[in-house]
Design a binder for this molecule. Structure first.
Ligand code: CA
Length: 214
């Protein structure tokens, strides 16, 4: 039996505990997403609640990182720039989050020299998404590294990475969540060990598709 099958069995066994959970947390995952330098394009589907419907997509090309909310999702943006921006640890992510607006659009997270998540160090992106037509709130914890790489013969190119450390979401509809809040230690962790396995599967599948079609 391979490790992937074992993970999904763990998911099934842990699902019974979800009924009483309020916040679902991924555990520390530290998922690295490359920036797609030199014309490459990478995509990653993120299924927050494991219903096989992507709630967000990450898109990267030439070291520019975009967030694409899907199926009614949105994320918090700075109304002055119109772009996604970090919220402070401990801030309440809710329908009316002070100093932010909800943006449902394909928009930049970070690019060379700019963006709300440029060189972010474990910063929080507040998000909302829909489960059976009801709105739920959550957060991603992200870091961004923008590293110049020397080239033979001189010069350099950039090689950026976006790191998704973890995520959490509130299972009660319309209830806000505190940025950085996690549940009490429980078997919920096992549920999202499986979730990130799904990310990986989607990533490889979509990446192949991107390579084949673009
Ligand atoms: Ca979903």
């Amino acid at each position: 039996m391979n490790i992937r099958r074992l993970l999904w069995i763990a998911v099934i066994c842990a699902c019974g505990s979800l009924a009483n959970a309020e916040i679902v947390w991924s555990g520390q995952q530290d998922y690295w997403f490359g920036g797609g330098g030199q014309g490459d394009r990478y995509r990653l589907g993120i299924d927050v609640d494991l219903d096989s419907i992507a709630d967000f997509r990450l898109f990267a090309t030439d070291n520019n990182f975009y967030l694409i909310p899907t199926n009614g999702s949105a994320a918090l943006a700075d109304p002055d720039t119109g772009r996604y921006a970090p919220v402070a640890a401990g801030a309440s992510i809710e329908e009316s989050t002070t100093h932010y607006e909800w943006l449902p659009d394909h928009e930049l997270l970070a690019w060379m020299g700019g963006g709300g998540f440029l060189e972010a160090d474990r910063e929080f992106l507040g998000f909302s998404f829909e489960v059976s037509g009801a709105t739920h709130y959550g957060w991603f914890r992200l870091s961004h590294n923008d590293v110049p790489m020397s080239l033979p013969g001189g010069g350099y190119q950039r090689s950026a990475t976006l790191i998704i450390h973890d995520l959490a979401w509130e299972t009660e509809p319309n209830k806000g969540i505190i940025a950085g809040a996690v549940p009490e230690p429980s078997s919920v962790f096992l549920v999202f060990l499986g979730a990130f396995t799904l990310w990986g599967l989607k990533f490889r599948k979509e990446r192949r598709l991107a390579i084949e079609t673009e």
